[in-house]
Design a protein around this ligand. Structure first.
Ligand code: PSU
Ligand code: MN
Length: 301
């Protein structure tokens, strides 16, 4: 059912490092035409670390692990490309639909393909106003059940960060800061909340992955949260102002469900004059590089 690119298949067979990349950030998280350049650039960063990139998406009903440049182009530019969480996968497969995969769908397909390391920007999580909307990203529940290491810059700052951290604790998903004792805030280096564990090298992360396997138990993920460098973060004051404004607009326009995240992210880009986009890209770039190093450390390179 999964179609792996030849490059990914060969790398896995030879036990060379492979890094999974999600496609929702390309199709629905970044503006065109920058999104395609970013997709290509992220793949290139993975290669520079000596690993093989495997961007994941569903095209014409086929889940694909590792995309050609043409296929990446479709994800970036095709109108009507859907946003697929893991629950949408059987529907997309059976109806022949095309869609970009969120963290939950990407993690599921990556793990099924035998990949263990995945890089993204920010995870989904518990939305503000959860008590009214019950909007909690399917990312969290899926990561509680899927053995994969996700390198991220925290969760999107549009969310309720402490509630998300609490849910991860309840769900039994391990979280570690990478070279920090603070949980990163996606566009910001520090979300204002601490993490209990800090890991300082790719080798240390690989050791935790081995310990997870050796201990057994529920097949949860491992979240490695790496902050965007302080020099590249979004100005915290600007962030707070624009975010408050975007949340109000979201409510006023009655945006709900899957549309909330793309709406808020787009609004942040436009109302910070692209500064949020630059911080977002800096975070993702760093994560992709670290994921490449973790995959290499795990492969014993
Ligand atoms: N972070 C970004 N851009 C994005 C996302 C995260 O910078 O587009 C995506 C991820 O794919 C994540 C999804 O899994 O948003 C969460 O969406 P939802 O809240 O609908 O589960
Ligand atoms: Mn959501």
């Amino acid at each position: 059912m999964l179609v792996m690119s030849e490059e990914v298949r060969e790398a896995l067979a030879a036990r060379r490092p492979v890094v999974a990349l999600e496609s929702t950030i390309i199709a629905h998280g970044l503006p065109r035409p920058r999104n395609l350049q970013v997709a290509l650039e992220l793949e290139e960063s993975v290669r520079r670390e000596g690993a093989v990139p495997a961007t994941i998406a569903v095209l014409d009903g086929r889940p694909r692990v590792g995309l050609s440049e043409k296929q990446l182009e479709r994800v970036a530019n095709e109108d009507g490309i859907r946003k697929l969480g893991h629950r949408d996968l059987p529907l997309a497969v059976a109806t022949g639909a095309s869609g970009a995969t969120t963290v939950s769908a990407t993690a599921l397909l990556a793990a099924r393909a035998g990949l263990r390391v995945f890089a993204t920007g920010g995870l989904g999580g518990v939305h503000r106003e959860w008590t009214v909307t019950q909007d909690e990203s399917a990312d969290l529940g899926l990561l509680a059940r899927t053995r994969i290491t996700v390198v991220c810059a925290g969760v999107k700052s549009i969310l309720d960060v402490p509630a998300t951290l609490q849910r991860l604790e309840t769900l039994g998903v391990p979280v570690a800061g990478y070279r920090t004792a603070r949980f990163p805030g996606f566009y910001l280096s520090d979300s204002g909340h601490p993490v209990d564990w800090t890991l300082d090298s790719p080798g240390e992360v690989a050791a935790v992955m081995r310990a997870q396997d050796a201990l057994g138990g529920p097949e949860s993920a491992l979240i490695v949260a790496q902050p965007v460098p302080e020099a590249e973060q979004l100005d915290p004051g600007l962030h707070a102002r624009v975010l408050a404004d975007a949340l109000r607009a979201c409510e006023a326009q009655g945006v709900t469900g899957q549309a909330v995240t793309p709406f808020l992210l787009d609004r942040l880009v436009r109302h910070t004059d692209g500064a949020s986009l630059r911080a977002n890209l800096a975070a993702v770039r760093g994560n992709v590089r670290l994921a490449g190093r973790i995959a290499a450390a795990r492969a014993g390179a």
